[in-house]
Write a protein that binds this ligand. Structure first.
Ligand code: HEM
Length: 186
C-alpha cells in the first residue's frame, strides 16, 4: 500500500501513545526505516506487520487497531491535503458512501498504482438504513471499514450503528454491512 497509509498509522500511534511506543512497534515489526514516504508503494506485509506489532505492544486486538485506524483515517486525510476531495464526495453519510468509488477514482489520479476498494451501496426500504458491500483485492480489512464508516459518521454529525452481515472469510463473495444512521439535532 502507499506510504500514506503507514504514515497515518505512525501518526495515530504517536498522537495517542507517543514516540517511544512507536519506536517499539517499529522494532517488533522489524522495520528499520526512518520514515515512510506517502507517494511510495510498500508491500502490504509492512502494514500487516505494523498492525500486528501495535496489537502486541498496546495489548488490543488487531481488529480493534484497524477499527481505530479507520476512524483516524477520515480526519487524517482531511488534514493531509485531501480535504477538498472529501468535500467533493458528499454532504451526508449516505451520499458520501454512494460516491466512494468515484472518490477513489480521483485519488487514483494522484496515486497511479492505487488498488482501491470498491463499495456498493443499496438504500434499504426502511428510512435511515443502507446495505454496504465492500469488495477488495486484499483480505482481512473489514474491521477498518467498520471504523471508516464511524469516522464518516463523526464527519457528518451522524450517529451510526454498523453491523457486519456477511463475511468474506466465511465464504461470501464480499464483506457486507448494515449501516443504520441518524443525523444529530436535525
Ligand atoms: C480523500 C480521502 C482518501 C484518500 C486520499 C484515500 C486513499 C487511499 C489509499 C492511498 C489507499 C491504499 C490503497 C493502495 O495503496 O493500493 C486506500 C485504501 C482504502 N481506502 Fe481510501 N482514501 C480516502 C478515503 C477513504 C474513505 C472515506 C474510505 C471509507 C470507506 C476509504 C476506504 C478505503 C479502504 C477500505 C481501503 C483499503 C484498500 C483495499 O481494500 O484494498 N478511503 N485509500
Amino acid at each position: 500500500m502507499y506510504g500514506l497509509v503507514n504514515k497515518a498509522i505512525e501518526d495515530m500511534v504517536c498522537t495517542n501513545h507517543g514516540q517511544e511506543i512507536w519506536q517499539e512497534i517499529k522494532k517488533i515489526a522489524d522495520l528499520d526505516l526512518e520514515t515512510f514516504i506517502s507517494m511510495e508503494g510498500y508491500p502490504d506485509d509492512v502494514t500487516h506487520r505494523l498492525v500486528k506489532a501495535a496489537s502486541e505492544v498496546l495489548e488490543i486486538s488487531s481488529a480493534e487497531i484497524m477499527q481505530a485506524f479507520g476512524e483516524y483515517w477520515v480526519k487524517y486525510t482531511a488534514q493531509e491535503g485531501y480535504g477538498e476531495m472529501l468535500a467533493m464526495s458528499g454532504d451526508t453519510l449516505p451520499e458520501f458512501l454512494e460516491n466512494l468509488d468515484d472518490m477513489h477514482a480521483r485519488v487514483g489520479v494522484i496515486f497511479p498504482k492505487l488498488q482501491p476498494p470498491s463499495f456498493e451501496c443499496e438504500a434499504a426500504t426502511e428510512a435511515k438504513s443502507l446495505k454496504l458491500k465492500y469488495h477488495s483485492h486484499r483480505q482481512g480489512l473489514a474491521p477498518m471499514v467498520n471504523g471508516l464508516v464511524k469516522g464518516l459518521g463523526e464527519r457528518f454529525d451522524t450517529d451510526v450503528e454498523i453491523t457486519q452481515t456477511q463475511k468474506r472469510e466465511q465464504g461470501s463473495d464480499c464483506d457486507e454491512f448494515l449501516v443504520e444512521y441518524q443525523p444529530r439535532n436535525r
